[in-house]
Design a protein around this ligand. Structure first.
Ligand SMILES: Nc1ncnc2c1ncn2[C@@H]1O[C@H](COP(=O)(O)OP(=O)(O)O)[C@@H](O)[C@H]1O
Ligand SMILES: N[C@@H](CC(=O)OP(=O)(O)O)C(=O)O
Length: 436
């Protein structure tokens, strides 16, 4: 397909903009290592800001004191601004004023939430209105440091009302992006927020934790970009998370299909929804190191390759839930329909499942609110037991050796294998050091 714009989309995550030195490095990458042509830069909240906002929001929602947690976040942003811009310069004052305004609005919102004592059904909706401020803050600072145009992505990225996991309305989003963004790009680099969208009536939504990679893919799809580069603190897409596994190997090139599966199973380096829009328009995705921007990294695209080194994917914070019929009746299609319906209503995603004659087990991400909702829906019909604080491991392209490396010494609570993937759930313990 003819690409009308020679556009690169860059995505910088929280780790790359965690402090003033990081933001200076981002500016250097865009200026010195950027490809010729236009560039759209998608930025996440600084460092662990989203986690901090989640905690602050949780306190306010539950009527608790949040101010002692909000103050350090405000100071953190102010410190970065002080270090990044010349003392008393106009740009320092302007960006500080923008950030002050966002913090004041946030404080008002939190104070009102704290008073209201809303039902937990509203938790996800107000979460989006609150936690989204992290990206508004970071992009104000990064845009100013780059001398780039700041773009509020929310009026463009239209979603439905699925709070915390807004589903993109593609035709409207594509129309909006194509109508507004090309003219801005002609004038220079544009900085916008990852992770955010908005409903038709303008309420902010978020796209799921770590969703900024997906935002980069959405813009790239709509604008038919040449490529997307996500800048990470690792050398590329590796066969395991180096924070938990020793001797990892980098994939220099890997197909969309392999990557989508790794991301789906929980390789947190790429948000799982990122790949599909890029694959649909044949846009390559580069994973590169912001610590070593000239290094090769990984190219993800429409390619063929031989057998890859086994990939080890670990997902923590898991919960194994077992349902048993109360009267020893078999787990039938009718029972499964009820269970699946309740899981969907409670917004619990199945990561692995298995059934036997009178019992059905699912492994999901642990969320106390959602689990409580599921129990409310099903406890009259089933005996339900669950274990939390578990880990789910997937070995893609496994062999006997890789299975032994990971399973030896562990008590497996659930296990399954297909031709390409070996999966198991076990209790959380320090991970062994396999690979290579
Ligand atoms: N297969 C993998 N290859 C590389 N990194 C991985 C992999 N799986 C998990 N990771 C983790 O992903 C991290 C980078 O992703 P993330 O922290 O989400 O980046 P950012 O927030 O900056 O976008 C790495 O530091 C690494 O610990
Ligand atoms: N800030 C959001 C969105 C995101 O994608 O962040 P990061 O790129 O740092 O993973 C989060 O932490 O979930």
């Amino acid at each position: 397909m003819q690409k009308p714009y020679s556009l690169q989309v860059y995505k910088f995550g929280g780790a790359s903009v965690k402090d003033a030195a990081g933001i200076t490095n981002v500016v250097r990458i865009v200026r010195e290592h950027g490809a010729p042509g236009q560039v759209l830069i998608v930025v996440s909240a600084m460092g662990k800001t989203t986690n901090a906002l989640e905690e602050i929001y949780h306190l306010a929602f539950n009527g608790q004191e949040y101010a002692p947690k909000l103050a350090p976040l405000r100071e953190y942003h102010a410190r970065v601004i002080t270090e990044l811009f010349a003392d008393d310069s106009a740009e320092q004052q302007e960006v500080q004023a923008e950030v002050d305004q966002l913090f004041s609005q946030l404080d008002q919102q939190l104070a009102s939430l704290r008073q209201q004592q809303l039902h937990t059904d509203h938790y996800d909706q107000y979460y989006d209105q609150t936690v989204s401020v992290g990206e508004l803050l970071s992009t104000r600072i990064v845009a100013r440091a780059l001398g780039a145009h700041w773009l509020d992505c929310r009026p463009l990225l239209r979603t439905d009302h699925t709070w915390r996991e807004g589903r993109i309305d593609w035709p409207t989003t594509e129309h909006n992006v194509r109508e507004h963004v090309p003219a801005l790009l002609q004038r220079g680099p544009v900085v916008t927020q990852g992770f955010l969208g908005a409903t038709p009536n303008g309420q902010t939504t978020t796209l799921g934790r770590e969703g900024s990679d997906y935002t980069a893919a959405i813009f790239a799809y709509c604008l038919q970009a040449q490529a997307v580069t996500i800048w990470k603190d690792v050398a590329g897409l590796l066969n395991a998370d180096p924070k938990f596994f020793a001797d990892t190997v980098r994939y220099p090139e890997i197909s969309y299909q392999e990557t989508i599966e790794m991301a789906y199973y929980g390789a947190s380096v790429i948000h799982p929804k990122t790949i599909k829009p890029l694959a649909l328009r044949g846009i390559p995705l580069f994973v590169k190191s912001f610590l070593n921007p000239t290094a090769e990294g990984t190219r993800i695209g429409d390619c063929r390759h031989g057998l890859l080194a086994p990939a080890f994917i670990r997902k923590d914070g898991q919960c194994l839930i077992s349902f048993e019929s109360k009267d020893l009746t078999f787990i039938s299609e009718e029972n499964l329909e009820v269970i699946f319906g309740a899981l969907s209503q409670a917004r619990l995603k199945i990561n692995m499942m298995q059934n036997s004659a009178i019992s059905f087990s699912v492994c999901t991400d642990f969320s106390p609110y959602r689990l409580e909702k599921l129990l409310d829906l099903l406890r009259s019909q089933f005996t339900i037991r669950y274990n939390a604080n578990l880990e789910l491991y997937n070995i893609k392209n496994y062999d006997g050796n890789s299975i032994r490396q990971l399973t030896d010494g562990r008590e497996l609570l659930l296990e399954q294998r297909t031709r390409q993937t070996f999966q198991f759930v076990c209790r959380a313990t320090p991970a062994p050091a396999p690979v290579a």
